[in-house]
Design a protein around this ligand. Structure first.
Ligand code: FE2
Length: 374
């Protein structure tokens, strides 16, 4: 057994208090169409907008919400705008993992004192609904963490945005909250970024997977998971490990052109319904062969769900000391094989589906083989 789990003891000395994920911002080539994709394929409601009509001359952003999850979809008009350059280099991808804090000045200055690099200094934005304070620090690749303090604000999203509703009815798929966000970093950089989260942001190392845990005949990767004081924010960090062929992490880095966000895991209370709806809306998932289901119950024991439903939807199951979890992974959601989503339903389990790693990576390798990138 090569996994080491570090037991976290509750303390009241959280030196970098974060309430939760504020939003995830994607930089894309065409925000209008991406916004429609998230509404009608993923069941997000449009709640706010900024663009030329609201006084934003260079940048257009749509804000989408489902459960506690807010996605911001942003594009720029001018090819020389930093957003357009980001999209030209990385393709559509995640720029901002924004964190909701009570005191931006305090958290930002603490982070800088502890060695974080600034993305932008604290600013205060006002409109008729109050004010929001924001600042940002850099993390892996071109990704940033914006810190958002919004206790004095009651508008649709942030100052500068106006409320906007979906034009056609949107059916919620039962997404609840962001469970974890995974970063892929270059070979040799995993420990550097784990140290960053520990030293700068007061995160704790939760679990380590080495290449003995996460390898198939062909590919391997290493992963460490860090979590903040209240446990609401979990960031697994992956780096490639030597294998016989190109690992999925190397494929990501080749196509994203730097470190970046690999996947966002979204929690649901009814994964069978959520996945059935996503499939009906045309979303593609990784495929795990039917024989996975022949032995899965021996491995995980009793579960509430009907195994036939899980097999029909190709949903995976794993168990740890505290319970079980159900999970499934989409194929990449843009042309480049970079960002994808995980849908996860937890029944007590706090882990990440280690028992499914082998089946999953073999599924990814089949996709890589088709793309000619294995
Ligand atoms: Fe995950």
């Amino acid at each position: 057994m090569n996994t080491s789990t570090i037991t976290q003891t509750a303390t009241n000395t959280d030196t970098f208090p974060i309430n939760g994920t504020d939003h995830v911002e994607f930089y894309v080539g065409n925000a209008k169409q991406t916004c429609l994709f998230y509404q009608h394929c993923f069941g997000f409601e449009l709640i706010a907008y900024k663009g030329p009509e609201t006084g934003s001359r260079d940048v257009v952003s749509y804000v989408l919400q489902q459960g506690k999850i807010r996605f911001v979809i942003t594009a720029a008009y001018d090819p020389n705008h930093e957003i357009s350059k980001h999209v030209a280099l990385h393709g559509d991808g995640v720029k901002v993992l924004a964190l909701w804090v009570d005191d931006v000045d305090d958290t930002y200055h603490k982070a800088i004192e502890r060695g974080a690099e600034s993305a932008f200094e604290p600013i205060q934005l006002w409109d008729d609904h109050g004010f929001v304070k924001m600042a940002a620090i850099k993390t892996y690749g071109d990704t940033i963490h914006t810190l958002v303090e919004r206790s004095q604000y009651n508008g649709a999203f942030l100052p500068g945005y106006q409320p906007k509703r979906s034009l056609a009815p949107v059916r919620s798929l039962g997404f609840k909250y962001v469970d974890h966000c995974v970063g892929n970093v270059e070979l040799g950089d995993m420990n550097k970024w784990v140290k960053f989260y520990e030293e700068v942001m007061g995160f704790k190392l939760l679990v380590t997977f080495d290449d003995k845990d996460i390898s198939t005949d062909y590919t391997a990767l290493m992963s460490k998971v860090v979590s903040n004081g209240n446990g609401y924010i979990k960031f697994p960090i992956n780096e490639p490990a030597a294998g016989k062929k190109k690992s999925q992490i190397e494929e990501y880095l080749d196509f994203y052109k730097s470190a970046g966000v690999q996947h966002i895991a979204i929690a649901t209370d009814d994964i069978v319904h959520t996945v059935e709806s996503l499939r009906n809306n045309g979303i593609e998932f990784l495929y795990v062969p039917d024989n996975y289901y022949e032995t899965v119950l021996e491995r995980v024991g009793e579960i509430k769900e009907d195994i036939e439903d899980l097999k029909r939807m190709n949903i995976l199951v794993d168990r740890d000391e505290e319970g079980y979890l159900l999970q499934i992974f989409t194929k990449p959601i843009q042309d480049r094989p970079t960002v994808f989503f995980e849908i996860i339903e937890r029944h007590g389990a706090k882990s990440f589906g280690k028992g499914n790693f082998k089946a999953l990576f073999e599924a990814i390798e089949r996709e890589q083989e088709l793309r000619g990138t294995l």
